[in-house]
Design a protein around this ligand. Sequence first.
Ligand SMILES: [Zn+2]
Ligand SMILES: [Zn+2]
Length: 348
Amino acid sequence: MKAAVLEAYNQPLVIRNVPDPEPGRHGAVVKVEANGICRSDWHAWCEHWPGFLTLPHVLGHEITGIVESVGPEVTKFKPGQRVVVPFSGGDGHCVWCQAGLPNLCDNPVVPGFRTWGGFAEYAAVDKADLNLVALPEEVGFVAGAGMGCRFMTAFHALTDRAPVRAGEWVVVYGCGGVGLSAVEIAHALGAQVIGVDIDDAKLELARQIGATAVVNSKAAGDPAEAILDLTGGGAHLSVDALGIAATCRDAIRSLRKRGRHVQIGMTTGEQGGDLPVPIDHIIGNEIQLSGSKGMPPGHYDAMLRMVASGKLDPGRLVSRTVPLEDAGGVLASMGSFDTVGFTVIDRF
Ligand SMILES: [Zn+2]
Ligand SMILES: [Zn+2]
């Protein structure tokens, strides 16, 4: 099959033929119809997480497609079925999988990172009964690709880790793919949403998908002050969808007393996993801090119903589709943070 192969960090991906994947006894092979290009792919390509990948590697963890083949032990899926592949899969055996939280699995199944992913014509997914999710007919492959990572990550954060209540003020720092997903989802859940970014084009898209107000943090000077003003005392819930020191700190400082902060932006290589947080402010205002990682495949139902009924439309966030050959160029361009919305590979 054809794949875009990561052979060396920070170098163009190499388009070449690689062996077709096999499903394994409990696994499936998915014919990839669409695959989103995510900020995490860029992190991996830049080697922000040393030792994370073994090269050569095939990235791609926002897969939608059609089941091509299944192993003999797979009972819930068969060839021809439309599916989305969550990046946060599990082995089905550990205590976290047993508790229904494969996103926290001790031995995670993560196509695109731990195994080869969707920058290719086909991708293998282990423990398919647990780790595949049926994609409703109403949802197109390109629209659905973000549900493998960015869109579902935002949904899990805002419905499970820091649930949004109707009428609340929600502020989202960083209007990249996962941040815009959070804006759209928080709006659909009945919140009044404020998007914060340094890029007016991203803020404009945030407005189009439901933000009540937007703040350009470069122009605002202190964006947290602007949020306190706009909300009459601070947001109920803040989301840092970027993962740098400034956005994390300002997001927390944008909260009212007893506010909740949820962190979904991963740090870049510069921060190496650590961000300073305003601890005295957190104590003095009884702020709650949560992390959120992917979404358990078993929790997809509510999100898929909202998508199928049109209340949510991840397709609105897709700004561009590209052929596989262009995936490497898109990755290389992400260092300047000027891609707006989702870019999705849809030709293989
Ligand atoms: Zn597990
Ligand atoms: Zn991702």
